[in-house]
Design a protein around this ligand. Structure first.
Ligand SMILES: NC(=O)c1ccc[n+]([C@@H]2O[C@H](COP(=O)([O-])OP(=O)(O)OC[C@H]3O[C@@H](n4cnc5c(N)ncnc54)[C@H](O)[C@@H]3O)[C@@H](O)[C@H]2O)c1
Length: 311
């Protein structure tokens, strides 16, 4: 199995490192436009192999997509991250051009690759990659939900003083302030979370989760990479090992949850074919309303993008 990661910045390099450390693929290729960056980071990561006990070969190239030939999975992290005061949507003009160009180059050399999009604004960039790749919708998947649920789980684990591994949850909607952590579908080792935490504390954690990315941008001056890189690597793992894991991922909806032709996060089954199923969980009226509001926000940004004439 071969995985290519486009963009060797914070998220891309972290993702490559975690994939290598999992020892689940034979080859990881990094590509970036910055001269020497992919070459340097991949060499550094390869030199960590004897210490961290992995066999995955790593190599890096400047803007050379022929080296990504026949990748099974490609992770797109190329583009700019946000800075304090910016929303993810502010990145649309720059990153749409980048993701379009990258996707076209990727599919030229790896027509069968599953594409995982990480660049922001996530839902709209997944739309860009879908159009630019001309691939079936189950093969172009956006990463946001694993990260957003991880933030929710981490905050809950801290508040309840339990292992984050025991917390399971569902989160839907766009990767922004309108995302919907679903407390009704959140359990701690099978126990409904609402039995373990009072409503006010839970609400505060939900609010912190929604602004979890912004909290880190304000602390570091740029967006996060450890958890995002790990989240993208988790999706790669599910695909290359055909694990059929259930994760919230961004995908084009065609009627599911009453939504059409919009890219938002929903629970899906990830396996060797990419998204193998959208899991249509039952939503109550309020949850449906929130999901449709979130989808409308994404739709508006897709319309803004359509108006730019980039695609
Ligand atoms: N989906 C999520 O949950 C999530 C989480 C964190 C970050 N992100 C997004 O991921 C992207 C990357 O973030 P980062 O922190 O790694 O940024 P970064 O600046 O550290 O890295 C981005 C890299 O992309 C490269 N790049 C730019 N244009 C390119 C092109 N045309 N071809 C190839 N490479 C190109 C840059 O040279 C840079 O090395 C940003 O858009 C960020 O907003 C998404």
């Amino acid at each position: 199995m071969k995985v290519s990661v486009i963009g060797a910045g914070n998220v891309g390099a972290t993702c490559a490192q975690i994939i290598a450390q999992k020892n689940i693929v034979s080859e990881v290729v990094l590509v970036d436009i910055k001269e020497g960056l992919s070459e340097g980071k991949s060499l550094d990561l390869w030199q960590a192999a004897p210490i961290n006990h992995y066999d995955t070969r790593l190599s890096g190239f400047t803007n050379n997509y022929s080296k990504t030939k026949n990748s099974d999975v490609v992770v797109i992290t190329a583009g700019v991250p946000r800075q304090p005061g910016m929303s993810r949507d502010d990145l649309i003009a720059i990153n749409a051009g980048v993701v379009k160009n990258v996707t076209e180059n990727v599919v030229k050399h790896s027509p069968r690759a599953k594409i995982i999009v990480v660049s922001n604004p996530l839902d709209v960039m997944t739309y860009v990659a879908f159009i630019a790749s001309q691939k079936p919708k189950n093969e172009v998947i956006g990463m946001a939900g694993i990260l957003d649920t991880a933030r929710f789980r981490a905050f809950l684990a801290e508040a309840l003083d339990v292992s984050p591994r025991d917390i399971h949850t569902v989160l839907m909607g766009g990767h922004g302030d309108t995302m919907i952590p679903l407390s009704r579908y959140t359990t701690v080792a099978g126990i409904p979370v609402t039995e373990l935490i009072d409503a006010e504390k839970l609400e505060a954690i939900i609010e912190r989760t929604k602004k979890g990315g912004g909290e880190l941008v304000n602390l570091m001056g740029t967006s996060a990479w450890y958890a995002p890189g790990a989240a993208a690597a988790k999706m790669v793992e599910a695909i290359v090992l055909n694990q059929k894991r259930i994760f919230p991922c961004c995908i084009k909806l065609e009627g599911e949850f009453g939504l059409n032709n919009v890219f938002v996060g929903v629970p899906v089954k990830l396996g060797k074919n990419g998204v193998e199923k959208v899991i249509e969980i039952a939503l109550n009226e309020e949850e449906k309303r929130l999901l449709h509001t979130s989808a409308r926000t994404v739709r508006k940004m897709m319309d803004v993008l359509d108006g730019m004439g980039i695609l």
